[in-house]
Every structure is written in structure tokens, then in C-alpha cells.
Design a protein around this ligand. Structure first.
Ligand SMILES: *Cc1c(COP(=O)(O)O)cnc(C)c1O
Length: 229
């Protein structure tokens, strides 16, 4: 058994090598440690090893952990699970970034809740990424490529939200994943480029090297850090 600290070191090394292999700076790729289903003690262990950004998929679990870990200075929770409007209230309170906005209706609900929670007023506007179903796979969440422009415009219209980029969940197959990552990168170019959309959230435990080669700025890594779920 390796420790969380050892796993983190290995993943950081993978990120650095993948970035250098394509002439990018390792520091341009943020590691989001996906801690879903793992106890708060595992997050503390990763935090002690220098990790600050954590990804959570379930609103209730995120809310409970954020409360339990309030004492961890500088910790940032990324909400990466499917967004439902009845969970928006918990998410705007506990999360610092949302990766999974995928419809105009959800943007409006999240914007309303974020505003009530003080985003855009007593604090900066809440950073959000739009999840895109680049392959148009029917079983997947995410805006289609055709819907994307409308969802981005809806975010721009919310004074409590700030659009930061795009996110995708690729197919398992590595070559299909590469095509999905390239497609997400092209969609960014089409919708304003890095000036409007600085972040590309793509790449997980098994495909982070491919994602970084395709321009990822945020990899979401769970099992390679915290072990199998
Ligand atoms: C679980 C999850 C991850 C992490 O997956 P691993 O294969 O464990 O690295 C990344 N992104 C999302 C959206 C997830 O749900």
C-alpha cells in the first residue's frame, strides 16, 4: 500500500512529465484531487502533503466535508458532479468552483442562489465551467456543441457568476478520449479562446497525459491519489 502523499507525488510527476513533453509549464496544469466517497481524513492527509484543490461529486457529501474541514486554510472545493437545481443552494455555499453547468435553466438557478450567498457582491463572482458532451452521447450529461454558445451567454448575463472555461467527461477508450479532448479545445477556440475561457477541465487518473497534450489546464484525479472506490 502506498500513502496518499506518495500517490500525490507520483501524480504530480506524471503531470510535470506530460506538460514538459509538449513544451508546457507544469504549473499551467492544476491538479484537482477528487475525494468523492473518501473520508475527510483522506483530504486532511492530502492537504498536509500540500494539496489545496479537491473535487466532490455529491452535494450533501460536499456540504458535510466543507463544514468538517473549515479549519483548512486555503482549501478549495470544486463541484464536479451532475448539477441539479435543488442542490444549488448547498453548492454555492460549500464550493469555490463549479465545473458542471450544462443548461440555461441551471445557469439561472445557480446564479440566483449564488447571488443570495453573496457571490458577486461581498465576494468575487463564482467561477463556473460549462460541461460539454462533445460526442453527443445520449447517456451523458453536458451541453451539446450546438447548445454551448447559449449556455455561455447565459453565464455572462449572471452578475453572480463568471465563466472560466469548459469541462468534459470523455469515453474510456484512450483514442476516443483524445478526440473528445481535441473537440473540447476546438470548441474553446470557437467561443472566444483562452481570453474568455482560460480553463479546460479534462483528464483523470487513466488519461491525464493525453488531456495535457491536448491543452488541459485542470486534471481531475481520484483513484490514482486516494485508491480505488
Ligand atoms: C470520479 C471523477 C473523476 C476522477 O476519476 P478517477 O478515474 O478516479 O481519476 C474525475 N471527474 C469526474 C467528473 C468524476 O466524477
Amino acid at each position: 500500500m502506498t500513502t496518499i502523499a506518495e500517490n500525490l507525488a507520483t501524480v504530480r510527476d506524471r503531470i510535470a512529465r506530460a506538460a514538459q513533453a509538449v513544451g508546457r509549464e507544469p504549473s499551467d496544469v492544476k491538479l484537482v484531487a477528487v475525494s468523492k466517497t473518501k473520508p475527510a481524513s483522506a483530504i486532511r492527509e492530502a492537504y498536509a502533503a500540500g494539496q489545496r484543490d479537491f473535487g466532490e461529486n455529491y452535494a450533501q457529501e460536499l456540504g458535510a466535508k466543507a463544514e468538517e474541514l473549515e479549519d483548512l486554510e486555503g482549501v478549495r472545493f470544486h463541484y464536479i458532479g451532475h448539477l441539479q437545481s435543488n442542490k444549488a443552494k448547498i453548492i454555492v455555499k460549500a464550493a469555490h468552483v463549479v465545473h458542471t453547468v450544462d443548461s440555461v435553466a441551471l445557469v439561472k438557478e445557480l446564479g440566483k442562489r449564488a447571488s443570495k450567498a453573496g457571490w458577486g457582491e461581498t465576494r468575487e463572482r463564482m467561477p463556473v465551467l460549462v460541461e460539454v458532451n462533445v460526442g453527443g452521447e445520449p447517456q451523458k450529461h453536458g451541453a451539446t456543441a450546438v447548445e454551448l454558445g447559449g449556455v455561455l451567454d447565459a453565464v455572462d448575463a449572471e452578475r453572480a457568476l463568471r465563466v472560466r472555461g469548459l469541462m468534459t467527461m470523455p469515453p474510456h477508450d484512450l483514442e476516443a478520449a483524445r478526440r473528445a479532448f481535441e473537440a473540447l479545445s476546438s470548441l474553446r477556440t470557437l467561443h472566444g479562446g483562452p481570453a474568455r475561457l482560460p480553463e479546460l477541465s479534462m483528464g483523470m487518473s487513466d488519461d491525464l497525459e493525453v488531456a495535457i497534450a491536448c491543452g488541459s489546464t485542470m486534471v481531475r484525479v481520484g483513484s490514482a491519489i486516494f485508491g480505488a472506490r
